[in-house]
Every structure is written in structure tokens, then in C-alpha cells.
Design a protein around this ligand. Structure first.
Ligand code: GLN
Length: 235
């Protein structure tokens, strides 16, 4: 399986690179070979990948990669239409949408893969968070963002969260999904504390390759314990 790691230098806060490590490890533990392609500003996007991962970033980092990312819009939309699995966190999630207007009023254009818009505000949403999903149970992570995201009709929420958190603090939605493209505000890295979610992504990618094989169960007791502790901690 081939994983694309987008902008590993600029878009990697609160441990988001760990999502790449978790997927690679879960594949290796099951004897499945894995290759990781890091894609930085100016690098070509591989077209034979199975999963694309992108992490969070400060507004400044989002500005730094903004033009490069926007230039990949047509390619990323075609990949999404083709069923590529994408897991994008916070800053990259925002930029998969139509646009992100920062708290200072700067417009960072998105690529329109997800039907969402994000607007920065002075107060940040910060703290441990959990999200209840239909597809992968409870996801546990950490959020820290000024951007408030509103979902359009082209996406559904990834799950529901408590009031004051998630996409915008108002509607109790968290994240967004269309086809195999997923965005969420959960850092942490989220996959380290949400092993079912990690396997859901691997299953989506295998099934896209026509391989609906069962994934061998792993001992997730440590990840589950970490999730329980984090979900029980106050903000
Ligand atoms: N800079 C964006 C915001 O504050 C994203 C932050 C992040 O990726 N944690 O909303």
C-alpha cells in the first residue's frame, strides 16, 4: 500500500505525522508492505497511491503552502472522484474546502474537494475532544483551531461532538466526509487513540483495490486505554 504524506514539514502540529506512522505500523504488523511518499512544495503527487494524509498547521504555514496546494486543485479533485482515501486534519482539512478566511482577514484559497468554508475568529476551540461516528465508533483526539467550519450540502459530518467543540462550536458536527475523503479537527494523532478508525481507512483503501479481505485483529488494548483516559480529561 502506498501512503502520500502531504507537506510533512509545514503541516505537522500536535503529532499529526503519527497518523502516517500508525497506518504504516498496522499494515506491517499484518505483513502488508507499505511505502510512504512525502510530498512537499513543488514535488509531484504520485498517482498510484492508496491513502493521502495531511496534518494541521499554523495560519502562517497554511499561507506558505497555499499557492502550491491551490495549484494541485484539479488533481486532488480528480483523485477524490476516483475514490482515493484521504485523511486530512485541521489545517489541511480547512484547505480541502472552498476557502479559509483567517482571523486577520487573510484569504487562503482551498481546492474545493470538500464542500466546506472556514472563517477564523478571535477565540480558539482548544482541548481534548471525542467524536461519535457511525462508521468507526468513538474517535478521540485533541483540537486547537481558530477557524470555524460550516458544512455545505456536498458533505456529511464525520460525527457528532459536544456543544462548543468540533467544526464550529455551534451545531455539534465534527469533521466532514464525501466518498473516501475525510476531514477532522482531531489531532493527537487521532489514529493512535482511534484504532477502529485506522482500520476503517485501511479497509476503504483495500476495497478500492478490489481486496475485501478481513484485516487480522491486533491487540489494541493500549490505544483503547489511552483513548479512555484522554476522553475523560477536561479540556
Ligand atoms: N491555523 C488553523 C486554525 O487555527 C488550523 C490550526 C490547526 O491545524 N491546528 O484554525
Amino acid at each position: 500500500m502506498k501512503l502520500i504524506h502531504l507537506y510533512p514539514r509545514e503541516m505537522n502540529i500536535y503529532g499529526d505525522t503519527g497518523n502516517v506512522v500508525v497506518l504504516a505500523r498496522r499494515l506491517k504488523w499484518r505483513g502488508l508492505p507499505v511505502e510512504i511518499a512525502a510530498v512537499s512544495v513543488g514535488d509531484p503527487l504520485p498517482h498510484d497511491a492508496d491513502i493521502l494524509l495531511g496534518g494541521g498547521g499554523q495560519d502562517a504555514a497554511q499561507g506558505e503552502i497555499g499557492a502550491d496546494f491551490a495549484g494541485r486543485g484539479a488533481e486532488l479533485r480528480a483523485m477524490a472522484d476516483d475514490g482515493l482515501v484521504m485523511l486530512t486534519i485541521c489545517g489541511t482539512y480547512q484547505m480541502l474546502g472552498h476557502e479559509f478566511i483567517t482571523h486577520e482577514g487573510r484569504r487562503i484559497p482551498g481546492v474545493g474537494v470538500l464542500d466546506i468554508v472556514t472563517t477564523g475568529q478571535a477565540e480558539r476551540l482548544i482541548g481534548n475532544n471525542y467524536v461519535d461516528t457511525d462508521d468507526a465508533g468513538r474517535l478521540v483526539g485533541y483540537e486547537n483551531h481558530s477557524g470555524l467550519t460550516d458544512l455545505g450540502p456536498g458533505v456529511r459530518p464525520l460525527g457528532s461532538t459536544q456543544l462548543g467543540r468540533g467544526n464550529n462550536g455551534r451545531d455539534q458536527t465534527e469533521g466532514a466526509v464525501r466518498d473516501n475523503v475525510i476531514g477532522t479537527y482531531l489531532h493527537g494523532p487521532v489514529l493512535a487513540k482511534s484504532p477502529q478508525f485506522a482500520d476503517d481507512l485501511l479497509r476503504r483503501a483495500l476495497s478500492r483495490r478490489g481486496r475485501d479481505t478481513d484485516l487480522e485483529p491486533l491487540d489494541d488494548s493500549l490505544a483503547e486505554q489511552a483513548a479512555r483516559v484522554a476522553a475523560g480529561r477536561p479540556r
